[in-house]
Ligand binder design. Structure first.
Ligand code: ZN
Length: 67
């Protein structure tokens, strides 16, 4: 059984990048996640800052979560 991960705050369906960045920035063992918008609010950051982090981890390939 596979369940599509959803944001625990707004219930938006999440993609792999969103669950990966949540694991990376908040809790590596997370089983509940936040979407980029809610994560930005949670971290007192901006959506753009988080998206650029995702792009950074993707391009550098330094994080095993982004492969
Ligand atoms: Zn959300």
């Amino acid at each position: 059984m596979t369940t599509q991960p959803v944001c625990k705050q707004c219930a938006k369906a999440l993609n792999g990048d969103e669950t990966a960045i949540y694991r990376k920035l908040v809790n590596r063992g997370a089983s509940e996640y936040l979407c980029i918008d809610c994560l930005a609010a949670f971290l007192d950051s901006s959506r753009q800052a988080i998206e650029s982090r995702i792009a950074y981890y993707r391009t550098t390939g330094t994080c095993a979560l982004f492969r």
